[in-house]
Design a protein around this ligand. Structure first.
Ligand SMILES: Nc1ncnc2c1ncn2[C@@H]1O[C@H](COP(=O)(O)OP(=O)(O)OP(=O)(O)O)[C@@H](O)[C@H]1O
Length: 230
């Protein structure tokens, strides 16, 4: 079997039909990391959300090869084999941390570590029975990150994963990312921090001056409906 490969070809992404970044080209093989950088508003999150299948590309394509799903079919797209870790933590505040992670494990398909193991890996032993809403910002970020460990997906798309993390937690996350890559995983991360990603390639987005493009719908409710709560 050929090894996993993700090719991004001429990808233009945007919001409300208005281009924010691109065209972007990248060729990622098992173990590769791509760091997406650029100033605020450059389109990093827009690109990552597009890769995760949450926004439709305006042009170009994302091709996945070398991957077979449990049903012996090729994946429908990158979104089916990728974890997306965005700005929002995707934890229901009233449910316990363990219930949140248990949900994601069932929802995302192929199980990885147990919930307890994943929590220990992010340094959150013993918080499984707490409502997620009781966690501090950094604890919540770590609990959310444990989602990537409870279900196996070979491509990790991470948007500012170290937000709110203290130095020890950043170090722990760097180790987890290195382990993921060493096991043949691919990483795409927008980050202002180094994250210890040795050998990573960089994609720098330039950004455009702030403007109010005509026809851009900024209605919050419409956006929330369109984008879900991830
Ligand atoms: N929900 C939205 N609706 C419409 N336009 C948006 C929305 N979110 C972002 N934009 C616009 O898309 C462009 C790219 O924003 P994006 O969030 O992708 O940038 P970024 O590089 O991730 O920024 P930051 O470093 O601040 O997180 C900006 O011009 C922004 O105004």
């Amino acid at each position: 079997m050929t090894a996993l490969r993700v090719r991004i070809e001429g990808l233009v992404c945007g919001r409300g039909g208005v281009a924010a970044a691109g065209p972007v080209d990248a060729d990622l093989a098992a173990g590769d990391a791509l760091v997406v950088s650029g100033p605020n508003g450059a389109g990093k999150s827009t690109l990552l959300r597009t890769l995760a299948g949450l926004l439709r590309p305006l042009a170009g394509r994302i091709c996945v090869s070398g991957m077979v799903m449990a049903d012996d079919e090729a994946p429908l797209g990158l979104f089916e084999i990728a974890h997306y870790f965005g700005h929002r933590n995707a934890l229901k505040p009233a449910a316990t941390v363990a219930a949140n992670l248990g949900f994601w494990q069932r929802f995302l398909g192929e199980p990885g570590m147990s919930v307890g193991e994943a929590l220990a890996r992010v340094g959150l032993e013993g918080v499984g029975d707490l409502p997620a809403g009781r966690l501090s910002a950094g604890q919540a970020r770590r609990a959310a990150f444990a989602r990537l460990l409870v279900a196996r997906r070979p491509v990790w798309i991470l948007d500012e994963p170290t937000t709110s993390l203290d130095a020890a937690s950043q170090e722990r996350m760097s180790e987890i990312l290195a382990t993921h890559r060493a096991g043949g995983g691919i990483l795409v991360a927008a980050t202002h921090l180094a994250l210890g990603l040795t050998g990573a390639s960089e994609l720098r987005l330039a950004g455009a001056p702030l403007s109010a493009p005509p026809g851009l719908d900024l209605d919050e409710a419409a956006l929330a409906r369109a984008e879900g709560w991830l």
